[in-house]
Design a protein around this ligand. Structure first.
Ligand SMILES: [Zn+2]
Length: 75
């Protein structure tokens, strides 16, 4: 499986695996990590920052949607 690191292009290795119940089936997830732990930390940080930004955007979207709905309800 070809899964290079987004930062250094090294082949990523399996990190932790865990099982999660999805509906009626158990799905096994494997998190791949960069073999370079310093690089992996930076990747994690970048992912966390992106996630934060996405959360902010979706919160804004929800707020805007509520605002629109409220406007419709009033008129
Ligand atoms: Zn890397």
């Amino acid at each position: 499986m070809n899964n290079p690191c987004v930062r250094c292009s090294k082949q990523r290795i399996d990190g932790k695996t865990w099982k999660e119940k999805v509906g009626i089936s158990i799905v096994t997830y494997t998190m791949t990590i960069c073999p370079d732990s310093t690089c992996q930390k930076l990747v994690d940080k970048a992912i966390a920052e992106r996630q934060e930004k996405n959360d902010l955007i979706s919160k804004k979207k929800i707020a805007a949607k509520l605002e629109r709905e409220r406007a419709v309800a009033v008129s």
